[in-house]
Design a protein around this ligand. Structure first.
Ligand code: 5GP
Length: 174
């Protein structure tokens, strides 16, 4: 695949080392609670699939889809629910898996949406975090990598639906 001018932000090797560490952290915190892993589509699907293959404890998986960007590279300020969960979550321990937390708006919206369904608790895992741009401060229990304020793609993250399959993360010019 032809890539635009870019800078590698996180290598395949760094990701490969970090995933088992994250899985271990989750096991320590939630391993006894049969968590429901809620994967936020589409961006988190690659990360989540690597993550759960390192889980050595009982868990289930469900998917939810939101959109806030459209084709743009910064948030529109409005979150839309595109796909809801298949199952009720009342009384369940939820591990909400995000690709990236930027302003925190999407996560804030999802937390509110899920909280009213009375889960036992919701813990957040995000592959990437851009702290510099945070406006909504939802606590993040597990963070893969803190990254600088750049638009990144790869490892599930897209630009206009491209580059999701890259096994590493790059920053591209807007
Ligand atoms: P937030 O609501 O926290 O501002 O943004 C979260 C969502 O925006 C993410 O789930 C992701 O879809 C998108 N997003 C934020 N920053 C980036 C980025 O650098 N690259 C890509 N591809 N998507 C991003």
């Amino acid at each position: 695949m032809e890539l635009p001018p870019h800078q590698i932000i996180i290598s395949e090797e760094q990701i490969g080392k970090r995933i088992p560490q994250l899985a271990g952290e989750v096991e320590k915190e939630l391993g006894d609670e049969n968590p429901l892993v809620v994967v936020v589509l589409k961006g988190a699907f690659v990360f989540a699939s690597d993550l759960v293959r390192n889980f050595e404890f009982p868990h289930q998986i469900d998917f939810i889809a939101t959109s806030s960007y459209g084709d743009a590279t910064s948030t529109s300020g409005v979150v839309k629910l595109l796909k809801d969960l298949d199952e009720p979550i009342k009384g369940r321990t939820i591990l909400l898996v995000e690709d990236i937390v930027d302003t925190g708006l999407t996560l804030h919206y999802l937390q509110q949406l899920l909280q009213i369904r009375q889960p036992k608790k919701i813990e957040v895992m995000t592959f990437l975090s851009k702290m510099a741009r945070r406006e909504f401060h939802t606590p993040l229990k597990f963070v893969g990598f803190e990254i600088p304020d750049k638009f990144v793609v790869g490892y599930g993250l897209d630009y206009k639906e491209q580059y999701r399959g890259l096994p590493y993360v790059i920053a591209i010019e807007e």
